[in-house]
Design a protein around this ligand. Structure first.
Ligand code: ZN
Length: 466
């Protein structure tokens, strides 16, 4: 019986030990992390420790008796990117627990590029952009201005920079091109010119240049005209524009002087034509725009009389026959000859002439076979409405000389002695026609007016010798 009690006791102890073991083996210490076990923080963002809690498990009694302390080892520096590990441990009785938390400090923010703009600044077209300024700042790396890469292309400047974490930033600037500088016009010669009357205006020239476009002379527009035949003030305007539409103007004034008073008036008269030389004479006169007077005869080239009149020259009656002995035989004979010639003139020109020149002039002595005839005729022609013309400059081409140089000298010297010169010449003489151009040039260059005769012109009457 005693033996049985012992056995029961042992069995009871064994059971109690087994029960205690079973109870104790279910006790445990756990660490529970608050917050994420693996978290990422932005650079510079403050790290706030969420903490951890040590918890007993398996017994409702133990947590009430013990509150184990949690210790944390390790730090997080958000001022430096990297991976940080925080170790959490707790101890109580013979229990321990440990956990870790991973904290990643990252820089995900790109740098910031700031472009400076200077008000009013610009870039000349074709020139490289002159940097107004820029800076780059990064939250982690600080000033990155030195690491900015610049590239200028097609009028756009691109700025790029990358921070040490590989975050890139990019900025663009559109270049403001402008050309505020107008071109320049340089007038050659005087800005205020004086032009003698009748002298053709010759542009002294000009240059135009632009700081960007270079030589713009060919693009200069000149407006305004100078009429050398009308005295007065004229303005010539020169304008040019560069490729940026900057325009510039220049002006020149030209004063055409008043027409000077001629030194004298010259009436060139040609007797005894038309002849085979007359057409050549008409061509020369036409070339210089000079009008003269033809005292014509009826020698068979009468159609030239029409041409002379059509060219603006004066036609006067000389004689139909130029035969002194018949025309000065009587007044009737003279007027018969005059009427015959004037009828030819009328036929050729559509008008009768009212100016005449006596063959031999009013001072001729060849008519003395009929005493007093010239005196009578001088009165008679004027009574019939004619004006008769002698001459006060004799070219000498009718018998005195056939040397063109001498004829020229005779005319030029004679002209200078008179205010009004009526010059006797003959278009029946080739050598006379040879001198005419030189005489015209001299008169024009020396400001002598060359005019055709009309009824009221100076008559240069001679003293009548019969
Ligand atoms: Zn004659």
């Amino acid at each position: 019986m005693k033996k049985r009690k012992v056995c029961l006791l042992i069995l009871g102890l064994l059971l109690a030990a087994a029960a205690a073991f079973l109870l104790l083996s279910r006790w445990q210490l756990r660490l529970e992390l608050r917050g994420e076990e693996d978290c990422t923080l932005e650079y510079g963002e403050p790290y706030r420790e969420p903490g951890a809690e040590a918890v007993f498990g398996g017994s409702p009694l133990l947590p009430a008796l013990f509150s184990p302390e949690v210790r944390i080892r390790g730090t997080v520096d958000t001022g430096a990117t990297g991976d940080y590990t925080l170790e959490y441990t707790a101890e109580c009785l013979w229990f321990t627990a440990a956990r870790t938390r991973r904290v990643h400090v990252r820089d995900t923010l790109p740098p910031v590029i700031t472009l400076t703009e200077i008000p009013g600044s610009f870039t000349l077209p074709g020139s490289a952009y002159r940097e107004e300024g820029f800076s780059a700042a990064d939250n982690a790396d600080g000033d990155l201005t030195d690491r900015v890469e610049r590239r200028e292309e097609n009028g756009v400047v691109t700025y790029t920079v990358t921070d040490s974490s590989g975050n890139s930033a990019r900025a663009e600037r559109t270049v403001r091109y402008n050309d505020p500088y107008p071109p320049e016009i340089i007038l050659l010669g005087e800005r205020a010119l004086t032009l003698p009357y009748g002298t053709a205006y010759e542009e002294p020239g000009y240059l135009a240049r632009d700081s960007l476009d270079g030589d713009l002379t060919a693009r200069v527009e000149v407006t305004g005209e100078v009429d050398p035949g009308t005295p007065g003030n004229y303005t010539l305007r020169y304008t040019v524009e560069d490729s940026w539409h900057n325009g510039v103007c220049a002006r020149r004034t030209v004063t055409v002087e008043p027409k000077p008073e001629p030194k004298g008036y010259v009436y060139l008269t040609f007797d005894d034509g038309p002849s085979k030389h007359t057409q050549r004479l008409l061509d020369i006169l036409d070339q210089y725009g000079v009008k003269v007077t033809f005292f014509v005869v009826n020698y068979g080239l009468n159609d030239m009389i029409g041409k002379e009149a059509a060219a603006g020259h004066s036609i006067g009656v000389h004689s139909a026959t130029h035969d002194y002995y018949s025309i000065y035989a009587s007044e009737e004979a003279y007027f018969a000859d005059l009427d015959k010639m004037n009828a030819i003139i009328y036929a050729q020109t559509g008008a009768c002439s009212d100016i005449i020149r006596f063959p031999g002039g009013s001072s001729n002595t060849v008519s003395r076979f009929n005493p007093g005839i010239m005196t009578r005729l001088a009165g008679a022609v004027e009574a019939r409405g004619y004006a008769y013309f002698d001459w006060n400059v004799n070219s000498g081409d009718a018998g005195l000389t056939n040397d063109p140089d001498e004829i020229y000298r005779n005319v030029i010297e004679g002209i200078q002695k008179n205010e009004y010169s009526v010059v006797l010449m003959h278009d029946s003489r080739g050598y006379t026609v040879d001198t005419v151009e030189r005489i015209l040039v001299w008169c024009l260059e020396n400001n002598y007016a060359l005019l055709p005769l009309d009824h009221d012109s100076p008559t240069a009457h001679h003293r009548i010798g019969n």
